[in-house]
Design a protein around this ligand. Structure first.
Ligand SMILES: *Cc1c(COP(=O)(O)O)cnc(C)c1O
Length: 367
């Protein structure tokens, strides 16, 4: 027993104090908990993709510059050649690599982000000995917005190395006002901080910051193909000033994108219109779902520019359990932040899935 204990003692205490990232078993459920695209690829594309993957040389290491994939991503996301690009095994990996790159031995380095926002920002800071400062959002009538005076004051006080701005935000779903984003990016610039705009939900949003890379030299724009419909292949990418990206690319494991991912994303981007029309479909059904939620008694959906809707219920826990008992899995956010008390995060599914969700909500008998 003493031996066992000392073995576990080799693990950093802050890691032992953490709970593992829990993903519930969704077998048999209508799965509306993880912001996945509910539509698969059409059968003809699947067959072509299978052929493309069959031709991949699995015995060879990837070519670590990933030139062909980078070219496709630049064309797709309209990233000018003057800016650098970095690929990650999902944007989760990019978030970790950013923390790793800014963490300095024996020096207090800070990442600052609004709260509630994406949980990986905090996790990556913790794992890389980086201080993490959160600034609460403010709840408005329709959604959650940046508290600009509080953000600007916290940036001046903590002088972070990096500020995250998820746009749209997860788990609240909305876009932050443009003037507020500009004020925070500028405040970050004034203390020499990187401003990372996380556009994981860009396919469902109204605006992108990619076109503003030239305006702010501290701006990095991060994207992923996950929410677009390729969550399983794991590919994120980030664009920014070339010299910065050159440095950041040094911490990237050289073969972090496997050859199957490289081939699959390359292929799908040749047919990007398929995923784009699915995204358009999701935006349209999001409006129907929002409308349906608004009509239910004592449910407050918050405005969304993503492929999910954050909504407040009278009793979030009871509603979560009642949906689960009816075979629908959503994400209970009630404990994630005081501001999310009684809130559930509902992914936008197919029209049928959304209808099943609304029907189940009406049938729970809960107010
Ligand atoms: C889902 C999500 C990501 C992570 O995406 P992956 O590329 O799948 O790792 C990053 N940021 C936000 C805000 C997200 O919601």
């Amino acid at each position: 027993m003493a031996n066992e204990l000392s073995l576990l003692n080799n693990i950093r205490p802050e890691i032992r104090a953490m709970s593992a990232y829990h993903v519930p078993d969704a077998t048999g459920f209508i799965k509306l908990d993880a912001m996945e695209n509910p539509y698969g690829l059409p059968d003809d594309l699947k067959a072509q993709l299978a052929q493309r993957l069959a031709d991949v040389a699995l015995n060879r290491y990837p070519v670590p510059t990933y030139d062909a994939l980078a070219r496709r991503l630049r064309d797709y996301a309209q990233i000018p050649d003057a800016f650098g690009l970095m690929l990650g095994n999902g944007s989760d990996e990019l978030i970790h690599l950013l923390s790793m790159a800014i963490s300095k031995k024996g020096e207090k380095v800070t990442i600052l982000a609004p709260s509630p926002s994406f949980v990986m920002y905090r996790m990556s800071a913790l794992l890389n000995h980086v201080n993490y400062v959160e600034v609460d959002l403010r709840q408005t009538e329709r959604d959650f917005q940046l508290d600009v005076p509080a953000m600007v004051a916290a940036i001046a006080l903590h002088r972070p190395a990096l500020v995250y701005l998820p746009f749209p935000n997860n788990p609240t779903g909305g876009e932050f006002a443009r003037a507020d984003m500009l004020a925070v990016i500028e405040a970050a610039r004034q203390v020499g901080a990187l401003a990372v705009v996380d556009e994981a939900y860009q396919p469902f949003a109204n605006h992108t910051w990619m076109g503003e890379l030239a305006t702010f030299d501290n701006l990095l724009v991060m994207r992923t193909v996950s929410k677009l419909g390729l969550a399983g292949v794991r590919l994120g990418y980030m664009a920014g000033r070339a010299d910065l990206m050159d440095e950041l690319n040094k911490v990237r494991p050289p073969y972090n994108i496997n050859v199957l991912t490289e081939a699959a994303v390359g292929f799908v981007l040749e047919h990007a219109h398929v995923l784009e029309s699915q995204a358009a479909q999701i935006r349209a059904t999001r409006a129907v779902l929002f409308d349906g939620l608004s009509r239910l008694k004592n449910v407050t959906p918050f405005q969304s520019h993503a492929n999910f809707i954050c909504a407040r219920f009278e009793d979030g826990d009871a509603t979560f359990e009642a949906l689960k008992a009816r075979g629908i899995l959503v994400k209970n956010m009630g404990k994630a932040h005081p501001m999310l008390h009684n809130c559930l995060r509902l992914s936008v599914g197919t029209a049928e899935e959304n209808h099943a969700l609304l029907t189940a909500l009406a049938a729970t008998g809960l107010p």
